[in-house]
Ligand binder design. Structure first.
Ligand SMILES: [Mg+2]
Length: 355
């Protein structure tokens, strides 16, 4: 039975987060990047909203050029702390739906959901993922569903924004064949030119080209490229195991002063951290909490245990103990976070996400 792989890609992530934080920006051309400085700014556009894209503004464009084209757009400096926090929150939601999970970038992830659903229910499952991200983080995403990662990624790009495309196992070749070779992630202008010289413009032409001839021109790159074109790529979805710590933060939409509500959120944040600990099959020794009051005054507290554990109750109780001293500050809370560090994967304990 074919694997079921989702590629989830948040739509215009940086500008969507800016619009979520500043609803008055909705529907406007928003450009995140360097300071345009009245057209004299250096640096580039990092991201542009769909409204700005429709008016010709693209990521990578010099900010001075963007200013000349669209001086009335809303220009924002990137808020990396915010994007990082929102990204973590979204990734934690996606992890709940994944059998195996792999974050591919700040706004993209692969989910192997073979153990979670089947091909007959895959569309409903993807709709549920989209709904969870929209309701819990206020963002839209596009999802491509396919039997492998490369095809899922290509499918997700076909229906942006807020799209969903399912490529059934028997349809992979038919779906890929008419697409331009640059639909394959990793095929840049240079490879595109090399392929064009061979008369290859579409993925179908690439798939039909003799593999040995392709290797003569592209070397080792030919192997993966040809595999993708033929729908044969089988790279596993796997969590990157190199994390030094695992942390989750949550920012309140409005500053909160009810301590019960803060503890409730703390529990859910700690629960999210625990889910990730279990997914990565690691144990931890250090637990820390972070609390930010209105006005951005931020405090952290941590404690290191005598031994490693992956116990949920230990994490929850310790988080509550560490935050207790802030209870009577009488100041509204803006954000709280929980982090575990000092990670260790015990020998003989296989990762739940094998290579
Ligand atoms: Mg994206």
């Amino acid at each position: 039975m074919a694997r079921i792989v989702f590629h989830v890609d948040l739509d215009s992530f940086y500008t969507a987060v800016e619009m979520r934080e500043h609803p008055e920006l909705r529907g406007k051309p928003v450009i995140v990047g360097a300071d345009p400085n009245e057209g004299k700014g250096r640096g580039v556009v990092m991201a542009s909203s769909y409204e700005a894209r429709a008016l010709g503004i693209k990521a990578g464009m010099p900010i001075s050029l963007a200013w000349r084209k669209l001086p009335d757009a809303v220009y924002k400096r990137p808020n990396y702390d915010l994007y990082g926090t929102v990204s973590e929150n979204v990734m934690n939601i996606l992890r709940e739906y994944a059998g195996k999970f792999e974050q591919a970038s700040i706004d993209e992830a692969y989910l192997d959901v073979t153990a979670k659903t089947d091909w007959d229910h895959v569309r409903e499952y993807a709709v549920a993922v989209k709904k969870a991200v929209r309701e819990r983080e206020g963002l839209t995403c596009s999802i491509g569903v396919a039997p492998n990662k490369s095809c899922a990624k290509i499918a997700a790009a076909q229906r942006k924004p807020d799209g969903l495309m399912v490529v059934w196992p028997q349809d992979v070749s038919r779906f890929l064949a008419p697409l331009s070779v640059n639909a394959i992630s990793g095929v840049g202008e240079k490879t595109e030119r090399v392929l064009a010289d061979l008369g290859i413009r579409t993925v179908g032409e690439l798939a039909a080209y003799p593999g040995t001839e392709l290797t003569k021109v592209l070397g080792r790159n030919a192997v993966w490229l040809w595999g993708i074109a033929r729908g044969l790529e089988e790279l596993p979805v796997e969590e990157r195991p190199d994390a030094k710590s695992i942390s989750v933060e949550r920012t309140f939409e409005r500053d909160v002063d009810a301590w019960d509500a803060i503890l409730e959120t703390l529990d859910s944040v700690a629960d999210n951290v625990h889910l990730r600990v279990r997914n990565a099959n690691v144990t931890f020794r250090t637990v820390s909490i972070k609390i930010r009051f209105e006005g951005f005054q931020t405090h952290t507290r941590d404690r290191t245990l005598p031994t490693w554990t992956d116990d949920r109750d230990v994490l929850m109780n310790m988080s509550r103990e560490l935050i207790a001293e802030f209870r009577d500050r009488g100041r509204p809370v803006r954000m709280i976070g929980v982090r575990v560090a000092n990670l260790w994967r015990p020998k003989g304990k296989q990762a739940s996400l094998p290579a």
